[in-house]
Design a binder for this molecule. Structure first.
Ligand code: NCD
Ligand code: ZN
Length: 345
């Protein structure tokens, strides 16, 4: 029997939502992951330390009694965010990072930042106290082609912010391009990047060729094959710059399968099987632990997980096509390939 053992993984970018959806999806992540960075794009968003503390309590209440899962909370940066509130919430251990959404970039980002000068005082304070900034790296200008929005963001927004705020630790969230891979690598120890499960598997053909496939639509949208290959090379390299952030983002089927479908792939359920398959295809199973369990804690200055996870190779494993929630069904990411690795704790 072929098997590998690794430290239990963490998810450095996760959407757990709220209410009925939270109750349905939280156990899916807690089954395999020990910690996760929890995205704050609720309606209304998580903008203050008090909001984050209340949301953390709701997440804990949604988890099965016997799970050891720690949500690492984030604040949603707005032009009104108070630097003192950020500093206090970070100092008290309520939040781990702050999330920057350019206004209008993605799901529930209307309260995001339009004028980056307005958030400069918050960013400066974060640099002082060592609170990392997680960045959704896409410009929102309608004149910019949606497939170019990440590369343009790096030049126009991210690089200037990093130059004017030395010492600010930044995570480029869910990078999807060769340019993202290269910029992250060049940034030194204050710059990291998360890569999702699905962007290692799909390119834009999966969404658009042979009919439109709403369950492969997410933001940032999957790009050309050359970019997927750059992401696979980065994730499987062992380079500490890159770590797993699944961006598992559940929406019910009716919301995905409509004239204006929501962005997001739901990967919490089968991520570890998919990743093991991808890393094996790349001849890099020995680098899986770095990507899922070592590089993230190192960037965030947190201890690695002591508990081990065993992955066993055998006949293809199947996962439910959908999970049920009281809001409606949520489709589980279909990697369109047999998955031979299963988690055997
Ligand atoms: C996320 C969501 O649904 O909240 N969607 C997505 O496609 N990734 C938002 C985000 O992370 O951009
Ligand atoms: Zn996300």
């Amino acid at each position: 029997m072929e098997q590998i053992t690794l430290r239990r993984p963490d998810d450095w970018h996760l959407h757990l939502r709220d209410g009925a959806m939270l109750r349905a999806v939280a156990p899916e992540s807690a089954r395999h992951f020990t910690r996760a960075i929890i995205m704050p794009n609720l309606v209304p968003p998580v903008v203050t330390g008090a909001d984050a503390a209340a949301y953390r309590d709701r997440i804990m209440a949604a988890l099965p009694q016997d799970t050891a899962f720690t949500p690492l909370m984030t604040l949603y940066l707005t032009e009104d965010t108070d630097p003192d509130d950020v500093a206090q919430a970070h100092g008290d251990g309520i939040i781990t990072s702050v999330k920057l959404y350019p206004a209008g970039a993605t799901t529930n980002s209307a309260s995001g930042v339009r004028d980056f000068d307005k958030v400069r005082p918050v960013l400066e304070r974060m640099a002082e106290i060592g609170c990392p900034l997680c960045v959704h790296g896409e410009v929102t200008d309608n004149e910019i082609d949606i497939f170019d929005r990440e590369a343009v963001f790096i030049d126009r927004v991210l690089d200037p912010i990093r130059r004017t705020t030395p010492g600010l630790r930044v995570v480029m969230e869910h990078i999807t391009t060769r340019q993202g891979v290269e910029y992250a690598r060049s940034g030194g120890p204050d710059l990291g990047a998360t890569i999702t499960t699905h962007h290692l598997v799909i390119n834009r053909n999966h969404i658009l060729a042979g009919g439109i496939k709403p369950h492969y639509y997410c933001l940032p949208v999957a790009k050309r094959e050359e970019h997927r290959l750059a992401l696979r090379a980065a994730a499987t390299s062992g380079d500490p710059t890159y770590f797993l952030g699944t961006d598992s983002a559940p929406h019910t089927d009716p919301l995905k399968e409509q004239a204006c479908g929501c962005a997001g792939c739901f990967t919490a359920t089968n991520t570890m099987s998919v990743l093991a398959e991808v890393f094996e295809q790349e001849g890099a199973l020995d680098k899986l632990e770095a990507f899922t369990s070592l590089n993230g804690p190192a960037f965030y200055g947190l201890p690695v997980n002591e508990v081990q996870m065993r992955l066993v190779k055998g006949d293809p494993v199947s996962y439910p096509e959908k999970i049920a929630t009281d809001d409606g069904p949520v489709t589980v990411f279909d990697p369109q390939m047999p998955l031979h690795w299963r988690v055997a704790e």
